[in-house]
Unconditional design. Structure first.
Length: 361
């Protein structure tokens, strides 16, 4: 029967896996990581709080898409909390942690990252369902959206707790990984492959959305000259898709590949030298999400600016913002399908009369 090591401190596991980089988190490197981490966390707390407050305050955002957007902001806010906890329990402190304390530190990170990733996937699926059904917003009721949000967090908490529930190497230290000294290598392979699979699904979903919108635009352009706004819709959509997927690829893929290499027991890959920087890179995803999903919505941006400047919502300002309405305002009853194209890319006019005004402006 294998001996279990629940009562050992983390220095036992770090020393056994020869992960001596914990002692190297000192001097200029540690100061640099803490400075970048502090700046990112402050931005995450402020920006995501503004997104949540904007969704709550502005009744125009009381739709399924924006509820999911607010939940994404909450997940990214939680990621900032997890990273603050990490900063106070890293470096030389890592070796003094108990097993349970280390599980908590890593579990918070895994939970926050899973919540963000699953939320992004749900948003992508929601957009796909709405567009394919020729609607600006899905038919999700508040109860269903609430169920989805609860499910997202249930999945995230479960994934963060899986190693604690038994998928670890405390009773078989021969299978311990290097980056996560008490995680089993098989779990790292599972974790990285699962997340890469979710990334692939998101790519497929957004490609389908783009191809559908492009096809509808081509059909419409052959029957009508259309407005400048509508003809530019595919270009705007492609830029949005490239931004979303590019941010995810840059921020997540390097870390997932490193975890996969560690799970496959690659001893000559030098993964210990890059792990801290890839962790910061993954954190950047939580920094970029509010920018990508919120600041490109003119109505969202206007609401956030009003909250920052502590100014009242006067009617004239509302009229100015309504000239470039957000997705919520695109409520056209035209069933020809052209309003879908404009609704996907936020800031595009949806009604026929509005399209004409936009083209003339």
């Amino acid at each position: 029967m294998n001996e279990c090591y629940y009562d050992k401190l983390m220095d036992f596991f770090y020393n056994r896996t020869k992960a001596d980089t914990a002692d190297e988190w000192t001097g200029a490197q540690l100061i640099g990581v803490l400075c970048f981490g502090t700046f990112f966390c402050l931005f995450i707390f402020i920006s995501n709080s503004l997104v949540i407050a904007a969704v709550v305050k502005n009744k125009r955002f009381h739709f399924p898409f924006y509820y999911l957007l607010a939940n994404l902001a909450a997940a990214d806010f939680f990621a900032g909390i997890a990273y603050v906890f990490l900063m106070f329990n890293t470096g030389p402190v890592s070796k003094t942690l108990t097993v349970n304390h280390w599980f908590l530190r890593q579990g918070l990170l895994d939970t926050s990252m899973t919540a963000s990733l699953v939320n992004l996937l749900v948003i992508a699926v929601e957009r796909h369902m709405s567009i394919m059904r020729m609607k600006i917003h899905s038919n999700l009721t508040k109860k269903r959206v609430t169920f989805l949000i609860i499910s997202i967090w249930a999945i995230a908490i479960f994934m963060g707790a899986v190693p604690t529930l038994g998928w670890n190497c405390l009773c078989d230290i021969t299978v311990c990984s290097s980056l996560a000294p008490i995680y089993s290598r098989s779990y790292l392979v599972f974790w990285s492959v699962l997340n890469l699979a979710v990334f692939f699904i998101m790519v497929v979903v957004y490609i389908r959305i783009y191809m559908y919108v492009q096809r509808k635009t081509n059909v419409l352009s052959s029957h009508t000259s259309g407005s400048i706004s509508r003809r530019r819709t595919p270009v705007k959509l492609m830029k949005t898709v490239i931004t979303v997927l590019g941010a995810f690829v840059v921020c997540w893929t390097p870390g997932l590949v490193v975890l996969l290499l560690d799970g496959l027991n690659c001893t000559d890959c030098g993964i210990q030298n890059v792990k801290r920087w890839f962790l910061l890179l993954a954190l950047l995803n939580s920094v970029m999400n509010p920018i990508i999903y919120s600041y490109k919505d003119d109505e969202m941006w206007a609401t956030m600016k009003r909250m920052i400047c502590c100014s009242s919502e006067d009617k004239s300002q509302d009229r100015r913002s309504s000239r470039i309405p957000s997705t919520v305002l695109c409520r056209s009853t035209d069933t020809s399908g052209h309003y879908i194209e404009d609704g996907i890319t936020q800031g595009t006019i949806c009604g026929k009369g509005d399209l004409g005004d936009k083209g003339n402006s």
